[in-house]
Design a protein around this ligand. Sequence first.
Ligand SMILES: [Cu+2]
Length: 278
Amino acid sequence: MRQRTMGTKGQRAWRNRRLLMVEQQMTDSFVDMLLLTDPEVLRRIKLPPWFLLVYDRKDQAALTETERERFLCAYETLIGNGTLGALVKIHGETHYQHASQRFLPWHRVYLLILEHALQGIHPDVSIPYWDWTSPGEQNFPAWLTSVTPTVPMPSPMSPITVTRSPGPTADLATLASNIPSVLANSGFASFTASLEAVHGGVHVWVGGTMSMIPTAPADPIFWMHHANIDRLWWQWQQTHSGVNPSLTGSGPTSPVMDPWSTTEPQTRDITAMGYTYA
Ligand SMILES: [Cu+2]
């Protein structure tokens, strides 16, 4: 959806996004430069339709052939230029991004960083979500089975070659059958803990590279799986407004999503972060 004239919400979204990008020092691409432009200026100039202020993340099963190709092209470019390896390395470090209330906000920031990098290659690309809660998607996406890249890692780490050993459909269906009760949790602590547990089950179901924390993000399915987790959080947020992580300390309870300076309150509204789920 193109938003040429922004209301208060649009203005707030733009300001929040600009803050995020300045903090994350993500201003090296021209897409980012455009996103940082004052909305009043953007309103006056003509831009092609791919320049979206709030873009959609789409169901991977609904992507066109061209959308698949452009996603994979951008992903492979980031493998080649070292961006992906650097992000994989961060996931293997201790940022208390698992088994804590940081899990959802931390991965929300993490995905956005990859997504902006992808958009630096192809501005119309976003991270598709793999909706394994849908019976039609309870298998490994066929268009990705032959995508098993080797990801160079920052020295002195060895490159990671993606492998998988997906389990049976019935096991993925069993994992997915937990989601209604996960979404029925009314407190954030119980919601995130149960969602993280199901999420871990899907990592193990895919197997290989995805089953280990230090290697998982090398597999493109990692990002699509996490986009689905992020989407489920977003879905839960619709009916639990104001129910947020309780992060006030340091380490596992820090509100700062290190190694970035984005804080948990900045991750609460995905449209303010520039995206939504289709
Ligand atoms: Cu994960």
